[in-house]
Structure formats: C-alpha cells, structure tokens
Design a protein around this ligand. Structure first.
Ligand code: PMP
Length: 406
C-alpha cells in the first residue's frame, strides 16, 4: 500500500510528545482527532492577513474572508458529492445539525400520533433532539434494534414502518460498536415508502468515502473536529427539496431577505439556516483538513485503518477475560471492550499513566450500554496517523494492567 505514514505523522507534531514521561499513544480518535498543522496554519494566515466578517461589508478583508469561507462550502460539497453547494449548511457540529433538522422538520411535517424510527445504536445526539420534538408534538420514537454482535436489524425496518412513520434516523457508523450500517439499503427501504432518512455521519466521513447522492440520503451530518479539523464546525447536508420546505431553525442576521415589524422574508438556502456570524475562522481552516483527507485518499485511509483494526482485534482477543462489543463484518477502526474483573474506568486511568489515551464510560450511547447491561466500556479508536507499533504499546500496557489486577 502506498501510504507514507511518516509524512502523515509529520502533519501532527503533537503526536511526538511524551505524557507522564511515556511516548503518547493517542487512541481516542472517535471522541476527537488531533488537528493537522495545515489547519493551524490556515487559522494563523487568516488572522495575520485578512480576517473580516463575511457576506456583508464591501472591503478587501471581508471579501477575501467570504471567498475562503465559501470555498470550504465547495470543498465539502465535493467531499461528499452533494448535488449543489446550497445543500451544505455550516453548523456548530453534528449535534447542532441533528437539532436543526429535528426542530425544523418536525415543526413542518410531524403531528400528534406520528412516529420517528431511531436506531438503538445511536449517540445521544441522534436520540435526544428527536425525543424533545416528539414530546412537543405528541409523536412517538420507535426503536430499530441491533443484535448482540452489534449488527443493526435493518431487515426489521420494513415492518416498523407504518402510515404513521415520518422519518428514519440512523448512524452510518456506530461510535461504540464500530458497525458500518448498510445505510444505502436502509434508505432504499424507507424511500420505497416515501419516508426520508437522516444519517449521522460523525463517525463515517473520516474513515470511508461517502457519496450522499449515491446513498440518496435526505440529510447527512458530521463534525470537523473528528476529521483532523477545527472545533466548533459541523455540516448538515440536506436535499434542496427538504431544506426549501423546512422553516428556519434560528432567526437573526444573514438568514433574512427583508425585515419589517409587520413581516420578515427569509434568504434562500443555505443562508436561511445560517443565522448570525458563523465560526468564520474554523470553517476556513476546515478546508485545509478536507484537502488533507482528499490528498491522502479515503480509500487509502480505510485500508490503513482496517489493518490496524484487524491487528489490534487479534491482539486483544489473546487477553484473558476479554469481551469485545461489536463484531460486525463491516466495521470501522473502533474497538470497545471490557476485561473481566477490572472496571473500565480503572483500566482507562492506568493506561493513561502509561501514555495511552483511550476513552472509558458510556460514550454518550446509554442505550448501547443498556443493551449489554454494562455501565461502560474501554474504547480504543484509531485514526489515519496511528501505527502498529502504537498498537503494540497499547497491548503491552494493557497486559501489564491486567497482571496488576490479577
Ligand atoms: N454522533 C456520533 C456517532 C458521534 O460519535 C458524535 C461525537 N461523539 C456525535 C454524533 C456528536 O458530535 P459533536 O459532539 O461533534 O456534535
């Protein structure tokens, strides 16, 4: 494989450091990824050279900031192959993207007695916004379950859909189980009954090539900070048809055509959904992380990370008392596990002292924990800059911890 790991790691000098006098092994990429220096350089250049508020003033700084901001929209459009740049809306993150659709779609299309189907393996951010709206409207959330091996029972969808169903919300990739869901098939099933589908892509776009037109997704959401990009920026892709029919989510500057005390008319999409001054700095810098992902190539990243996944899974399985949650055949580079007799929090804390950064707890996916009747797991998640040597360090540290508890 043509994958220049040394060059890739050179984009992330932060990885070279030591923590507690041990080389840092950063395996918490599903929570957030480290930022490439290209992002930091883009932020610095903006502030040194031409920062201004966008879409408004007619001066050089504002014009240049506007052009770069809108260039990121073009890059995102290309990255997920959206049909039109107007279908890309910048938000604060996946969470805000879900809240936007939940509030606005439900306002327009949901009434008392309607149903929204949500999968059992969702992150809280793709459950709670729908619940809040369902309570407001007197609607109901219906659960699409997964099996003990972490596979979504997508075949059950056909039977769960009824005349009351108004939307299906499902994650592309589970942040706990790593399962890559057959979203194209799910969308086909839902569309055969004229039901739109919201896809949470927060754990997908940094690992696998995504083409929203090929999937025929109605909505697709993700966060820049999980893509080696800056904090505070997310994307909502929505089909023009829906975004045009949906009412604004928030009111304010930028999203209006004309305001008087009698009546306000709204801008066209995407601006209708981008009220107020957005996160100009981070959106512009986000362009640099998309460039990096495109340059390396999602297919190459997928292959590299898949090797890491297989290597780590094999190593973990050798450890006594090991339970791995999620063994779907189509899996991203996320492994959740527990070791008999050791609390996940203790494991994580001891690993941290050995320089290994993992996540412990419920991973904002309580229903997944409830499925297995456990309080939490340890989660190791690999990114494009991780190596087999790091996995060796992780496994070595883990074995030491297990010995200490034995
Ligand atoms: N969905 C999934 C699957 C996630 O993993 C996360 C982040 N952990 C989110 C949604 C929420 O993303 P953010 O916090 O960036 O809004």
């Amino acid at each position: 494989m043509n994958y220049d790991i040394n060059k890739i790691r050179s984009y992330f000098p932060v990885l070279k450091q030591q923590v507690y006098n041990k080389p840092l092994v950063y395996l918490d990429n599903a929570a957030t990824t480290q930022k490439t220096v290209k992002v930091l350089m883009a932020q610095e250049k903006l502030h040194n050279d031409y920062y201004g508020n966008i879409h408004r003033a007619a001066h050089y700084m504002a014009d240049k900031s506007t052009a770069d901001f809108e260039e990121t929209r073009d890059k995102v459009q290309k990255f997920i192959n959206a049909g039109a740049r107007e279908e890309i809306i910048f938000t604060k993150g996946t969470t805000e993207s879900v809240n936007l659709v939940a509030a606005s779609f439900c306002e327009q299309f949901i009434k008392s007695g309607d149903e929204i189907i949500v999968s059992e393996m969702e992150h809280h951010s793709n459950i709670v916004p729908w619940q809040i709206q369902a309570i407001n409207k007197g609607a109901k959330i219906v659960k699409l379950p997964f099996s003990d091996s972490g596979i979504l029972q997508s075949g059950a969808l056909q039977n769960l859909i009824s005349s009351k169903t108004k939307l299906v919300a499902v994650t592309h990739v589970s942040n706990v189980l790593g399962t890559i869901n057959p979203v194209k098939q799910i969308i086909e099933t839902a569309h055969s009954k004229n039901i739109p589908v919201f896809i949470d892509g927060a754990q997908a776009v940094q690992h696998i090539p995504v083409d929203v037109q090929e999937l025929d997704a109605d909505f697709y959401a993700f966060s820049a900070h999980k893509m080696y990009g800056p904090n505070g920026v997310g994307v909502l892709y929505g089909k023009r048809k829906w975004l045009t029919e949906m009412p604004p989510y928030q009111g304010g500057g930028e999203m209006i055509a004309e305001v008087s005390f009698d009546k306000t008319t709204f801008s066209e999409i995407p601006f209708k959904f981008e009220a107020g001054t957005p996160n100009i700095t981070s959106v512009i810098a986000f362009g640099a992380s998309i460039d990096m992902l495109q340059d390396i190539g999602l297919v190459n990243i997928w292959e590299w990370e898949h090797e890491l996944l297989e290597y780590a899974t094999a190593g973990l399985k050798e450890i006594e008392g090991m339970t791995i949650y999620g063994e779907a055949p189509e899996k991203s580079s996320v492994i959740s596990f527990n070791i008999e007799g050791v609390h996940s929090f203790d494991l994580g804390t001891m690993l941290d002292k050995m320089g290994i950064a993992v996540r412990t707890g419920h991973h904002c996916a309580d229903p997944v924990m409830q499925h297995y009747n456990i309080p939490g797991t340890v989660r190791a998640s690999f990114g494009l800059y991780n190596t087999k040597e790091e996995i060796d360090q992780f496994l070595h540290a883990l074995k030491k911890v297990v010995q200490m508890f034995a």
